[in-house]
Design a binder for this molecule. Structure first.
Ligand SMILES: [Zn+2]
Ligand SMILES: [Zn+2]
Length: 246
């Protein structure tokens, strides 16, 4: 299996998962043009993508989904309740609904949704031994059960708690970020890896905030809290991060 991080951050998310015969985009939270260009730099083509699946309906996950789906004839997969929240002018595209409680297949890729705590029917996804979990205020029971079985994750490491508290965001926004339906902090992400990720050989820290985090701060927290030797990378907010095999 190959994982390519096209975009990751509170300013846009998109990740390509491929096996030998099938290929899926998780979220498309940049403009269609930007996603196409970044994929090109990694030697990937949207012509080969069999489906776009959405974790939830926030702009940083859906911005280019409708355009790409239409332009390349790629079916768009989302949870039933997510559709109501997209407010996307989707036009004529092929839409497929899934239930967050049930696995489904796109080509030969089996996809298991894992419930997160963030938005209506928000979820992460597991592909075999690899999981994507971003946008969750807490580590849900389902995540806790799933992570010990995985060899690789793309995990949200959104903010440094002190940077949020001491930062310039309005009080309501700070409260939401730190709430159970907000985002996962560096400490929460790295503690989860240390405590539950016994089989992990690859960790990609993603969905970093631009104002309340930095790659160095996320990296330092990870290195302080995670005591095992694991290949890891902090995903870039500004460009494609690269491809990894698992
Ligand atoms: Zn997000
Ligand atoms: Zn979100």
């Amino acid at each position: 299996m190959k994982i390519s991080v096209i975009a990751s951050g509170s300013n846009g998310n998109c990740c390509l998962i491929e096996n030998n015969s099938s290929s899926v985009l998780v979220d498309a939270g940049k403009s269609g043009r930007e996603i196409e260009s970044r994929m090109g730099k990694l030697g990937k083509s949207l012509e080969d993508v069999n489906g776009i699946i959405l974790t939830h309906a926030h702009h940083d996950h859906v911005a280019g989904a409708g355009v790409l789906s239409k332009r390349f004839g790629i079916p768009l997969y989302m949870a039933n309740e997510t559709y109501a929240g997209t407010k996307l002018k989707l036009g004529k595209i092929e839409m497929k609904m899934f239930s967050v409680n049930k696995s489904f297949k796109i080509g030969s890729l089996r996809i298991k949704p894992v419930i997160t705590s963030h938005n209506v029917s928000s979820c992460g996804f597991v592909f075999g031994k690899f999981g994507i979990f971003t946008d969750t205020g807490i580590v849900t029971k389902q995540m806790e059960r799933t992570i010990p079985k995985l060899n690789g994750v793309l995990l949200e490491s959104n903010h440094d708690i002190d940077m949020v508290i001491n930062g310039h965001y309005p009080a309501f926004l700070k409260k939401w970020i730190l709430s159970d339906e907000g985002h996962l902090s560096n400490i929460h992400a790295s503690s989860l890896i240390q405590e539950k990720g016994k089989k992990l050989s690859l960790v990609l820290l993603g969905h970093l905030s631009g104002n309340n985090n930095s790659p160095d701060v996320a990296k330092n927290t990870f290195e302080k809290l995670v005591k095992r030797k694991i290949e890891y990378a902090v995903c870039s907010r500004d460009e494609e991060s690269g491809s990894w095999s698992l």
